[in-house]
Design a protein around this ligand. Sequence first.
Ligand code: HEC
Ligand code: HEC
Ligand code: HEC
Length: 431
Amino acid sequence: MIRKAIFGLVMIVVGIAALAAGAVLWLGLRHDHAVAGTSPVVMTAQDPVERGRYLAQLGDCRACHTAQGSADYAGGRAIPTPFGRFYSPNITPDNETGIGRWSAEDFWNALHEGRARDGKLLYPVFPYTNYTRMTRDDSDAIYAYLRSVPAVHQASRRHDLSFPYSWRVMLVGWRALFFRAAVFQPESGQSTEWNRGAYLVQGLAHCSACHEARNALGGVQTRNNPAGGLVLDWYAPVLSAAGEAGVQDWAAQDIVDLLASGKSARGSAMGPMAEVVYESLQHGSTADIRAMATYLKSLPLTARPEPETLPHVLASDWPKVKASGASIYTRHCAQCHGDNGEGRFPAAPALAGNRALTMDSAVNPIRIVLFGGYTPGTPGNPRPFGMPPFSAALSKQEIADVLSYVRQSWGNDARPLTAVEVERNSGGPLW
Ligand code: HEC
Ligand code: HEC
Ligand code: HEC
């Protein structure tokens, strides 16, 4: 709370400073007059509506713009963030409540510049900070597709944000600091496939929207030593670091398997990533998924992010924690994950040498033991095996003990954790 209040104050100061400075104002409000750019891959001539449907899937537009049990693209899905709760707007072609009156130009301004038809600046929870990399042509295709979906009359819900984030005008300062509208420019020294992958990963598929840490003001931090992002109470690991989500040393086929099916020989997709695969990536063409793999393999390796300062297990407590963890493991986990964490193919993954378990951040292991989980059901992963939830069967202390034990066994060497850390990550699933 205090942290938030301080950040709130910082935000106000930044906002006021920004408003005072004409230069900043210009930076925040300027239009991008650059040319619309060319997509690095010439797609075979196709009906724009069909092409738009495909692109909207890769952009995962429907996942955010559809509330559970309600019509596609009619909005209303709640998106919880540290700044408050956003509700996605209706983007069906309804004239009163959707984007029926929007022109292709208005639509482009939203995706490319983060600006609504009435000039209102848009919150970056709508990942236009990535979509700005898209070409005008692709934007027009998505526009054509969205005009073809049934119009739904449903007023968009107001966001429920804490002060000062509720002041849209603050976005002027935010944009000056963190946003530049710019279409992707292919790199001439790289292959067409690499450029297509970069275009998709940086732009439409908006991977960094989750995978990069945001600072207190909600800006994506770009540093030499990037940190992963927290999204919907999960940790999205760093895409360029080997011990996190880096795939530089994976075989291209393993990356393709992960992105297209949610499961691979090297790792699997859980939580929010499982939804990304289910809603979006599994629909990608083989060529596009391969292109993303090519680009991801080429990312310059970065070091693991700085470890967080968290309550730690005292050396004097370790023998007790280890004994308790070992006994819980034998009773509750070994039947699936194996006596030595070797896994039982295909029922449960190995825990020995598993980086999803041994990253410094223990957020995802905690959440998966508390609430269980599935990899997404896809053609490449038709019968996903589930991990059962243990929030009822085990106490926070027991979960801390068993996770500390598995993070320190069979060659694993990750920081043990305390019940306080489990408690902190025990808010009900948002996903
Ligand atoms: C992570 C969730 C998320 C994703 C993914 C997403 N949107 Fe949105 N979108 C939002 C939210 C939230 C807003 C409202 C922002 C605001 O009020 O400032 C929004 C706003 C918009 C707007 C402006 C609508 C208006 O009435 O002002 C358009 C147009 C739009 N999105 C289209 C798209 C398209 C097209 C895609 C896919 C390429 C997409 N969105 C993907 C969450 C998302
Ligand atoms: C909605 C947020 C979100 C988006 C968008 C997203 N990811 Fe993830 N991703 C996550 C989270 C959370 C995890 C950690 C959970 C897990 O391992 O599945 C993750 C995990 C991963 C992993 C590690 C898997 C492993 O087992 O080591 C890779 C690789 C990855 N994502 C790649 C991508 C790529 C490439 C994109 C863009 C095409 C992308 N992600 C888009 C949230 C996201
Ligand atoms: C009924 C079989 C079963 C039991 C019992 C079980 N698990 Fe799992 N576990 C799974 C499956 C299946 C997955 C993969 C699910 C997924 O990827 O979403 C998994 C995933 C995990 C992961 C994430 C690993 C990864 O690669 O992403 C961890 C950590 C984990 N289990 C720990 C435990 C612990 C600790 C226990 C005991 C308290 C336990 N599991 C009990 C089946 C089981």
